[in-house]
Design a protein around this ligand. Structure first.
Ligand code: COA
Length: 158
């Protein structure tokens, strides 16, 4: 059984995240979406809200489950029995940050393998903070996030 972990803050989950999770679910027997507390980022949505939104969005994917976590990523991956951490790469600017994270994780746990999936061109510009900013200004975000996330953003900024 090959199990992959797709971690992130998901504040909130976007169509770009869903694309990566869906493609990971086609490559691995099981995918665990790990929703990080990321308290340092002072997220707009609580950990419970972010986890619930991810659960709703990935519900059609039968081999995907969602779990919140608060500690180190490598510890959580080991605890979940995941052999691989999957990250999405949007643009070359992501590479340096992701390279550092992957290198640190393998220093922390020699078995912590990281694999990257390229984002398709339509999602290369997308990030949660851009979506939050558009929503906070009353702009349309329906092209960038699933409908339940659009509704949650609208409620948050109402
Ligand atoms: N589509 C759309 N947006 C994407 C994306 C994709 N495919 N991939 C990344 N992003 C966006 C995210 O929405 C986020 O946007 P924002 O900064 O505007 O909110 C940004 O790119 C960064 O994403 P990511 O690299 O996944 O960072 P993150 O903060 O969401 O999650 C963790 C990073 C949780 C994996 C990392 O902080 C972690 O491992 N935390 C646990 C603690 C730990 O182990 N620390 C040591 C690590 S070396």
């Amino acid at each position: 059984m090959k199990r992959a972990l797709t971690p992130g803050t998901f504040d909130p989950i976007t169509s770009g995240h869903l694309d990566i999770i869906t493609r990971a679910a086609q490559l691995f027997d099981e995918v665990v979406v790990a929703v990080a507390a990321s308290a340092g980022k002072r997220p707009l949505f609580t950990l419970e809200e972010r986890t619930a939104l991810v659960e709703e969005v990935v519900a059609p994917l039968s081999n995907v489950r969602v779990k919140p976590f608060t500690g180190m990523l490598v510890d959580f991956a080991r605890q979940e029995g995941a052999q691989v951490v999957i990250k999405g790469l949007r643009a070359i600017t992501d590479f340096e940050y992701e390279f550092q994270q992957a290198a640190l994780n393998i220093q922390l746990d020699g078995s912590a393998e990281t694999m990257f999936i390229m984002s398709p061109p339509e999602y290369m510009y997308l990030s949660s903070s851009v979506v939050r900013e558009i929503a906070s200004l009353g702009g349309p975000v329906g092209r960038f996030v699933p409908p339940c996330v659009e509704a949650a953003l609208r409620a948050k900024f109402a």
